[in-house]
Design a protein around this ligand. Structure first.
Ligand code: PMP
Length: 394
């Protein structure tokens, strides 16, 4: 049966994790896969999550099925966390999905059903899975200009010039905050302009927000999305609890749809449930039950917020330290972009050859394209990383 299959493609990020695990060198440094690590190099279970898990273990009465949309308390909490107080809040409906990955795929399938000729516009570069997920749903994917390699900033003029050309069959996929892989976010003015253009040109904004709380703060990181939600008529959102609740393996996320009317919202939600039925049927419950409990319990919520702020402060500190160490070693400010970027990642724009040499000769692992996971650094690794970068001519 399977003899005609060609060999599967390797996952570009997970395959680096495997290579890292197999590397016997004790001083190897993994700046590849996108997980947050503390000063001991661990990805901890957050205190509020640990507490909620214990309560759940002691009080949950059944493991019976929940329903196609998953946990509705969780769904409401996810919608509130992003949209409370905005114009679109009352018209938004959430569906729990297996991570934001599940949300991206459900929303892509929804777009294909709603508008088979839709083109999804993604940033150049974008999250490595955006293109394959959209294409797997049968959608056409095109890229809008985004990043200037020399300055490591967003080319907003070029981006907006492209967005101005979009029309009613177009979907504009935006990173809510902490752009993956570049670390460079658009300004609030750009969000305002995009909102105006969505209204005048008729394209659909699609926001993927996987790092809420990892940039400037929980509310601050949703500011761009909230500008859209105060002015456009319809939008879709993929959101994740993998990073900000540290629930990576529990596969916890949500797809949020907002139609021009409540009837349209409910039709779109119903279609997602129908598609869920023919794929995984129901999302896994555990992570969503934990998040629902934390967000509805003031004490647990406070514990979660404090720890999230600590994680955020740690990432900012690492960014400062990395930029200063480069400044001290090179006498130049060309690595200051580490300080300007937001969230876990920065794109270093190293060549494939430099990335390979970093790995082979220095045991420093980055992913292709030169994305560096700042949130995976230990303070004690910074000097070694700087030396290795300089040795490969960065
Ligand atoms: N969107 C972006 C931009 C991401 O970076 C990621 C994961 N790293 C996802 C979606 C998927 O997240 P999840 O683990 O919730 O599926």
């Amino acid at each position: 049966m399977f003899e005609r299959l060609s060999a599967p493609k390797q996952d570009p990020i997970l395959s680096i994790s495997v290579a890292f695990k197999e590397d016997p060198r004790p001083n190897k440094i993994d700046l590849g896969i996108g997980v947050y690590r503390n000063s001991e190099g661990q990805t901890p279970i957050m205190a509020a999550v640990r507490e909620a898990q214990l309560v759940l273990a002691n009080t949950q009465q059944s493991k019976s099925y929940v329903g196609l949309a998953g946990d509705e308390v969780f769904n409401k909490a996810m919608v509130d966390l992003l949209l409370q107080g905005t114009k679109l809040h009352s018209r938004a409906a959430g569906v729990q999905t297996p991570g934001a990955s599940g949300a991206l795929r459900m929303l892509a399938d929804l777009l294909k059903q709603a508008r088979p000729d839709a083109t999804v516009w993604i940033s150049s570069p974008s999250y490595v899975n955006h293109r394959p997920v959209m294409e797997a749903a049968g959608l056409t994917v095109k890229e809008y200009p985004y990043f200037i390699a020399e300055t490591k900033a967003v080319d907003e003029a070029a981006m907006l010039a492209q967005v101005e050309q979009l029309g009613e069959s177009d979907v504009l996929l935006l990173h809510g905050c902490c752009h993956n892989p570049t670390g460079a976010d658009i300004s609030l003015d750009a969000w305002k302009r995009i909102a105006e253009l969505a209204n005048s040109k008729g394209f659909l904004p699609f926001v993927d927000i996987a790092y809420q709380g990892f940039g400037d703060g929980l509310m601050e990181d949703a500011a761009g999305l909230r500008i859209l939600a105060d002015s456009v008529e319809e939008m879709i959102i993929a959101t994740s609890c993998s990073k900000n609740f540290g629930l990576y393996r529990e596969r916890t996320g949500a797809a949020i749809v907002i139609g021009k009317t409540m009837e349209e919202t409910m039709k779109a939600r119903g279609r997602i449930l129908e598609m869920a039925r023919s794929t995984y049927t129901m999302p896994p419950d555990h992570g969503a039950a934990i998040v629902a409990m934390i967000l509805n319990n003031p004490q647990l919520k406070e514990t979660w917020l404090t720890e999230l702020q600590d994680m955020n402060a740690r990432i900012k500190r690492l960014r400062e330290q990395l930029a200063s160490a480069f400044q001290a070693a090179t006498g130049s400010d060309r690595f200051d972009y580490f300080k300007r970027h937001k969230g876990m990642f920065s794109v270093t724009s190293l060549s494939d050859e430099q990335i390979a040499t970093l790995r082979q000769e220095h045991g420093v692992y980055l992913v292709g394209g030169g994305r560096l996971n700042v949130a995976g650094l230990k303070e004690s690794d910074i000097d070694a990383v700087v030396k290795a970068f300089i040795a490969v001519g960065a």
